[in-house]
Design a protein around this ligand. Structure first.
Ligand code: ATP
Ligand code: MG
Length: 180
């Protein structure tokens, strides 16, 4: 399983639609300060369901939409899609390639889709349970996060181990069953 492609449109500094293709192995993104490297990482978190504007280095959710420049008008919505190779069927879905997309309008409306079919945020979360990929997963380690893991409460740190051990989906099902 690996990240094959990210497509950004109107997300933060990426006003034009752009595609970034990745191959298996290590890829580095390099560029001058302010060129948008961290914005690419923000886009990945965002499409995976990040709900906190602060985590995305903004003040409000609208800040993920291209805000305009001196010679370019601001945009009304943004969209990010992320395509993951699933030939090993690590994601519980019967496709060898999985594309997750999110679109948001200035009005605040958010839409998610998996392989082109509209879905709920919950479906996106469930797709990535126990893979380390979800927004709470450990596949994205932000600046300062190592510190946070080391100094967090034992029960919070345990979530990380649950995810690695692959038992999150069972815990969630248990919680749901207990609520009913
Ligand atoms: P550094 O090397 O300093 O970490 P970086 O390559 O990670 O830089 P980013 O933080 O990804 O840079 O990009 C910052 C740029 O994105 C800034 O110029 C900022 O103005 C621009 N930006 C952020 N949000 C928006 C938005 N909503 N609309 C337009 N531009 C935006
Ligand atoms: Mg940066």
């Amino acid at each position: 399983m690996y990240l094959k492609n990210i497509e950004l449109q109107g997300f933060k500094s990426f006003a034009n639609k752009i595609q970034l293709n990745f191959n298996p192995g290590i890829t580095g993104i390099v560029g001058p300060n302010g060129s948008g490297k961290s914005n690419v990482a923000d886009a990945v978190r965002w499409v995976l369901g990040e709900q906190s504007a602060k985590q995305l280095r903004g003040a409000k959710m609208e800040d993920v939409i291209f805000a305009g420049t001196e010679n370019r008008k601001k945009l009304g919505f943004c969209q990010v899609s992320l395509t993951i190779d699933n030939t090993e069927k690590k994601l519980p879905i019967d496709y060898t390639e999985v594309t997750v997309a999110r679109r948001v309008y200035r009005s605040g409306e958010s839409e998610y889709s998996i392989n082109g079919g509209n879905c709920r945020l919950k479906d996106v979360h469930e797709l990535f349970f126990d893979t380390g990929i979800g927004k709470e997963g450990y596949s994205i380690i932000g600046q300062g996060q190592i510190d946070k893991i080391l100094s967090s409460k034992p029960e919070d740190r345990r979530d990380l181990f649950d995810e690695a051990a692959g038992i999150v989906k069972y815990k969630k099902r248990k919680e749901l069953a207990e609520k009913k």
